[in-house]
Write a protein that binds this ligand. Sequence first.
Ligand SMILES: Nc1ncnc2c1ncn2[C@@H]1O[C@H](COP(=O)(O)OP(=O)(O)OP(=O)(O)O)[C@@H](O)[C@H]1O
Ligand SMILES: [Mg+2]
Length: 343
Amino acid sequence: MARRTSIGLDIGCSAVRAAELSFTATGVVLERSAEAPLPEGAVVDGEVVDVAAVSAVLVQLWRTGRFSSRRVTLGIANQRVVVREVEVPKMPAADLRKALPFQVQDVLPMPVESAVMDFHPLEVRTTGSGQVVRGLLVAAWRDAVAALVAAAEGARLIPEAVDLTAFAVLRAVGSDVHGETTTEALVDIGATITQVVVHSGGAPRFVRILMAGGNDITDALVERTGVTVLEAEHLKRGLGIGDGLNGELTVVGHAVEAAALGFLEEVRSTIDYAAATSGHRAERVVLTGGGARLDGLAPRLAAMTGLPVDIGSVSHRLRPGRNLRPTDDAATMAIGLALGVSA
Ligand SMILES: Nc1ncnc2c1ncn2[C@@H]1O[C@H](COP(=O)(O)OP(=O)(O)OP(=O)(O)O)[C@@H](O)[C@H]1O
Ligand SMILES: [Mg+2]
């Protein structure tokens, strides 16, 4: 039997990561995953700035990763992508594809001809003027998508789809317990981007891309103490944040604490805002991304939100196998992107 495989490619600010899955009768298997660091400035705030530099790293990634195909699903998240809740009249999918630009042009922050759009239906409602579909509209600037695609094509890869990485996080770590609809806030803390997805039993209710991440804490340390970025990164990882109760903090400890608190407050208020606007209040928080590894961050967010905060894992989506190592945490997003094709 021919095995169906799929490769997700996550182009982050600090690194590129790819994961290849195969879909077998007994479950989804992680066949391969690989990661390669990006040079500074190649991807800035989630946008591919230096196409050639990213392509060069992807060539390297495919050389070391030994993936079985060049077909990939790409992920996108940056400030030139927006997610809005909209309502459109119910119609066949093919008609909607054509009508969508006209239906949503008023809520788009960009001219309709500069946008690439996608619509994720959530529910059908009956109103006085007929049936409407409420859903999430994803709209990205065309040139931001083009740069991402160009970087992949420059490495002779074949992008088959571009997906919002927030949806990849949802597929990878969102729990969808049968018969039970838990509302969760999934928070992926990257280098410069943090994504908040609130979902109920697997259905996304709210998505927000915050232009903040783990690097803000490192940058604050550099600014405050004058150490190099490398030293600041090292200091940050060694220190973490405390419970806020120890009065005597060093200058460094204080800088980490203050930056982390500012960031966590933004996450907390986003979760609150999601509850107020979508009507779905999170009962727990699940963290992914490198920024979530900061020592003490999860308990501090738990104290601030009054919610349990856990670190997300993709392992329950996969058939246990020798390929999944604890270090594959970094591949969570790439795995989520690859999972999209089976949906
Ligand atoms: N052990 C650790 N302790 C604290 N912070 C860490 C740790 N490991 C990684 N980080 C932080 O995680 C961030 C990188 O996370 P990640 O690798 O998820 O980002 P990315 O996917 O490359 O970027 P983005 O998602 O913003 O495009 C950096 O800010 C880094 O300092
Ligand atoms: Mg990331």
